[in-house]
Design a binder for this molecule. Structure first.
Ligand code: TMP
Length: 202
């Protein structure tokens, strides 16, 4: 049996990526693959504990980045690597591109510092496919406003989300073989049609 594929979903909060997770999983199952659906920060018992802290507790930015990568290391060891080795496909709601976009773009931490931790934690390992759900920050803001609660990140200002969005777009432009930008301002049906084509092509 061959190694499975690793697909990640990215985008600013409110871009609508979570709406498409299950549909994407179903498309992959229809191709005959077993699917593991997971998320970051989180995906393991320890990772979910770290998620609670990361989304709720104010902390130093270095602590924030280190905890994101600590959760990721555990996620890779316990979930992602074993599943891929067993031939399963893994779909993760966010991965390392989120750290570059949020902590690098949003919080303006030097990208090479994040790159150092990326190398440490995952070596050259990268997703096979990353879908970046893109909408204007205004639309994302409206979508977030319709939700209850909101974590520490969702409360940040428009300029923060502009920087996050710009960073996602520039990463996608630099790595078009892995990253695809999905125009998420369209209808759910139109987006699902595009996802179907993409999944058939990988
Ligand atoms: P979610 O709401 O999409 O599950 O993501 C949780 C929040 O965590 C979201 O606001 C983005 C943020 N985040 C980072 O800031 N850096 C990261 O590396 C990851 C994985 C998520």
């Amino acid at each position: 049996m061959g190694r499975g594929k690793f697909i990640t979903l990215e985008g600013v909060d409110g871009a609508g990526k979570s709406t498409h997770l299950n549909c994407l999983a179903e498309l992959v199952r229809q191709r005959g693959h077993e699917v593991v659906l997971t998320r970051e920060p989180g995906g393991t018992r320890l990772g979910e504990e770290l998620r609670t802290l990361l989304l709720g507790e104010p902390m130093h930015i270095d602590t924030e980045i280190l905890l994101m990568f600590a959760a990721r290391r555990e996620h890779l060891a316990q979930v992602i690597f074993p599943a891929l080795a067993a031939g399963k496909w893994v779909i993760s709601d966010r991965f390392t591109d989120a750290t570059f976009a949020y902590q690098g773009g949003g919080r303006q931490v030097a990208l090479d510092r994040i790159g150092t931790l990326e190398k440490w934690v995952q070596g050259d390992f990268q997703p096979d496919l990353t879908l970046v759900f893109h909408v204007s920050v205004e639309i994302a803001e409206q979508r977030r406003a319709g939700r209850s609660g909101g974590d520490r990140f969702e409360q940040l200002d428009k300029a923060f989300f502009e920087r996050v969005s710009t960073q996602y777009l520039s990463r996608a432009a630099a790595d078009p073989g892995r990253m695809r930008i999905i125009d998420a301002s369209r209808s759910v049906t139109d987006i699902q049609k595009e996802l179907e084509i993409i999944i058939l092509s990988i």
